[in-house]
Every structure is written in C-alpha cells, then in structure tokens.
Design a protein around this ligand. Structure first.
Ligand code: PAF
Length: 286
C-alpha cells in the first residue's frame, strides 16, 4: 500500500521507525511524469531493499530555461496510481518547494563537483548540475537511504552524483539502471510526451546513430566518428547540440580509443522544442 507524504518531518519520523526495525531503504528520486524507465528503477530498488521510497519534485533550481520548467509535465495522480498498482513502491514523498528549501532556493547550491559539471550538458545548461546536486543532497539528508537509484540515460548526472557522494562522504551507495528504451530505440524520458507522434517515431535516429558509431568505432578515428554522427543527426527537424566521445570516469573528450578503458558517446538533440539526450558505452574494461 503506497503512502504519500508531503512533509519532510513526517517522513523523517517514519524513516526513523524503519531504521529501528533494521530495514534497508532504497530511494528513487524523480521529477514525476513517470514512465517505464522510472518503474525499472523502482523494481531494482524493491529487489535490493526492504523499503522503497520514491520522490516526485520538479526542482526549480536545475532548470536553466524557465519555459522548460513551466512546460515540464506534472501528472501526480497518474504517478501515484502507477507507483501503487504497477510498481508497488512503499512511500511517495511529494514535497513542495518550501519543504525542500526551507531557507530559500539559494541555500546549499555551491557543492563542488570537481569540474565534471562544466562539459556536455553543463556547457549548454549553465547551473543545471549545481541544482541537481543541491536537490539530491537535500533529499538524501531527509531520506538517508542505503541505496540510491538513478538511470544511465543521464550519464553525466549519475557520474556527478557519484562524485558528490564520495566528496561529501555520504554513505549511500549509487546503483545505476541501464537505459530503458521505447520500441523504436528512443530512450524513455518524461519529455517524450511533448513530441508529435511522427517525430517520436523518427527520433529512433538517435539510438540508430549511437549504435552505428559503436560499430564504426573499430574502424574510424574519434574525429571521423563525431563528424559522421553529427551529419547523420542533423536532419530537420532534428538538430544535434553536441555529440561527444568522452572518458566515462572523467567525462573529458578522448582523442584515441586505445588510451582509455571506459569510453562513452553522449549526445543531445533538439526537436520540436524538446531536448533529447542519450548515450552509449563504446568500450568498458570494468
Ligand atoms: O533525473 C531527474 O529526474 C532529476 O534530475 C533528479 C535526479 C530527480 C533531481 O531533481
């Protein structure tokens, strides 16, 4: 039975009680408009913990574009229904802005991110990752979970959160769930509902390009791979913002596939005013 809580102090009391009983807590932070990708995270948490807590909070401090914040889909009752009947989560924490930022939204936004926040997404969305780190840190302060669940689709995001966990000595373990895709390969995202049916179908080009790049990475050099990808993605109405091939740990661009053990291709593509991100691991010695 799903319990919905809007208030941090109420949630803290319940969590204390779980702790006294020695229960293991898994936490899935979201901004709502839940889709199968989120449900996979919940499933993973349920498999690995006694209690699964999901948060839904559209965090204003991570939106660099006010129109994106305004248009972000908000579907709380549908989400509650999904968490209750399909995902069987235990607790939904759905706070308002004052509950998360009692001292105002400027507080605690200066967490050091080791420079991982400036490239790719960070260079196109200034301040975005400071906002993400700020809210995740605050949510972890409230929930204090054993395990935190995030999706691989937001590659830079989970890399930054992992860095933050270590640098702030937060004892929570990050668990990353592989990208969940629509039938045509488009990575699941809450923003996909804003696409017209035709474009949503044709957006398979992003996954197809990443797959082709992975295949060609055996024969082409990095610069040729990037040029190939950009040319393939640059077909109106699609407009690639970047296509980068980076070291999976440092997120710095690589110039040679042989010198790195963990390499990821990451991209952001604009279409119909929606920004779609995706990535694919090209090489991993892990
Ligand atoms: O990935 C998201 O949905 C958000 O960035 C997160 C992690 C819930 C923080 O607001």
């Amino acid at each position: 039975m799903l319990t919905t809580i809007h208030n941090a102090s109420e949630l803290t009391e319940i969590i204390l009680d779980y702790r006294k009983k020695g229960l293991k807590i898994g936490f899935v932070p979201t901004m709502g408009a839940l889709h199968k990708g989120h449900l996979h995270l919940v499933k993973m948490s349920k498999n690995e913990n006694d209690i699964t807590i999901v948060s839904i909070f559209v965090n204003p401090t991570q939106f660099n574009d006010p129109r994106d914040l305004e248009k972000y889909p908000r579907t709380l009752s549908k989400d509650q229904e999904l968490l209750q009947s399909t995902a069987s989560a235990d607790i939904l924490y759905a706070p308002d802005v004052d509950d998360i930022y009692p001292d105002g939204i400027q507080s605690g936004s200066d967490i050091g991110l080791g420079g991982l926040d400036v490239m790719m997404e960070g260079s196109h969305r200034p301040g975005h990752f400071n906002g993400v780190a700020q809210v995740v840190n605050r949510l972890l302060e409230i929930v204090k979970p054993d395990n935190l669940y995030m999706g691989q689709k937001d590659f830079q995001q989970f890399t930054i959160i992992n860095y933050m966990l270590k640098s702030l000595s937060i004892p929570t373990k990050l668990r990353v769930c592989p990208i969940v895709r629509e039938d045509n390969g488009l990575a699941m995202s809450s923003r996909n509902v804003r696409l017209s049916p035709e474009v949503r179908t044709n957006a398979s080009i992003i996954f197809k390009t990443l797959k082709a790049v992975k295949q060609k990475s055996r024969i082409l050099d990095i610069e040729s791979l990037k040029q190939y990808a950009i040319k393939r993605l640059d077909k109106p109405p699609f407009k690639p913002e970047y296509f980068d091939i980076v070291d999976g740990n440092t997120l710095l661009p690589v110039d040679n596939l042989d010198n790195h053990g963990y390499i990821v291709a990451c991209t952001a593509v604009w279409v119909e005013g929606v920004r779609l991100i995706d990535n694919m691991v090209l090489k991993s010695d892990l």
